[in-house]
Design a protein around this ligand. Sequence first.
Ligand code: DLL
Length: 433
Amino acid sequence: MIFNEEFETLPREALASLQLKRLKQVVERVYHTVGFYRKKFDEAGVKPEDIRSLEDLGRLPFTTKQDLRDNYPFGLFSVPMSNIVRLHASSGTTGKPTVVGYTRRDIETWAELMARSLAAAGLTKNDIVHNAYGYGLFTGGLGVHYGAERLGASVIPMSGGNTKKQILILQDFGPTAICCTPSYTLYLAEVGEEMGVDMRSLRLRVGILGAEPWGERMRKEIESRLDITALDIYGLSEIMGPGVAMECIEGKNGLHIFEDNFIVEVIDPSTGEVLPDGQAGELVFTTLTKEAFPLVRYRTKDLSRLMREVCRCGRTFVRMERVMGRSDDMFIIRGVNVFPSQIESVLMEIEGLEPHYMLIIDREGALDTLEIQVEVSERIFSDEIRRLQNLERRIAKDIKDYIGITAKVKLVEPKTLQRTEGKAQRVVDKRPR
Ligand code: DLL
């Protein structure tokens, strides 16, 4: 179902002229209300009136996470605090959180985009939504909540944690949709199975899963353990929260970016050069409708590529491929650039491994070391030692062959690696800095 037929199916030309009109307004607005932008635009020698076409966007400087940090907490807001009705923050792995603000109208816009996202997953007002994204400063909980209400669905504000209780609610309230991170979905399946619940016979039909990178293997695993359709939702606090892009149930291949609200570009993360459609690079967003905290050319560090082919759902919005990883969760082992998602896809090809793993990076002398801890299934774990050793060797060999790095592999007992309610933490970097 398409929630906002008029905007979501706009012919590309009409969409482009809407984007240009809105872009001009945003540039004008930030130039006159946010000192940071005025200074940056002046330095770059661009005035708001220089933006005459969408291509002119490329003349504006990028905004980075560091700029947000430098203006912590409210320095980039473009309205007085009296017009801000909500604050959220994203926990940075380092230092202070990133703070974002919303006006009343921003909350309405966000609710609409989340309603669109849920509708893209096939939800209507007749659905019951089990919302296990965390409520609080994190945008997941309240973002989904307002969207579900806007759609008219019945929302269960579970938030994260309390996993056994979640299972009870899943059984008794009969929600038809679940919203949480993909890793937590699997954890729920695991706990439910442990409690003797047949997780495939729940009323759940669809999962709206995101906030962390995941892959097709994980999708299949979730779909078969819970007997649902698992769809990917993308967003980031800086740009709004969840609902920047959403996979539709008809296409199930890439996420539609709500382009009437955002302009997306893909750049080469090392040079900043804008890449042609289809090439992988870093996503850069410009917000077109946000009042409190507009962002111009915000570098997300998320790596993806754009797909222009028309989707069978009827939406005209461009799709982004599921996020491959971040340019900054990349780590370098003895000179080789490695993304956790690459290791995950090697592991997931091997029979008998569970989708739970940890990567521990350390240094011995001058050499970087990587230890991969991965859970094996119950059946494999009871095998004789020799077979487990063979499996470890096989994994190490595959990692070497596919990624080109030497790793120490340690198989661990099922259900021993730490589970999280929110985003999975899979990399521990112990190297001295
Ligand atoms: O994670 C917003 C969100 C909530 C999205 C619920 C989807 C569902 P932040 O905490 O600011 O916001 O983290 C944003 O998470 O830059 C990506 O690196 C990552 N991320 C979000 N969605 C996906 C996804 C929320 N579907 C950061 N696939 C982003 C891969 C994702 N990574």
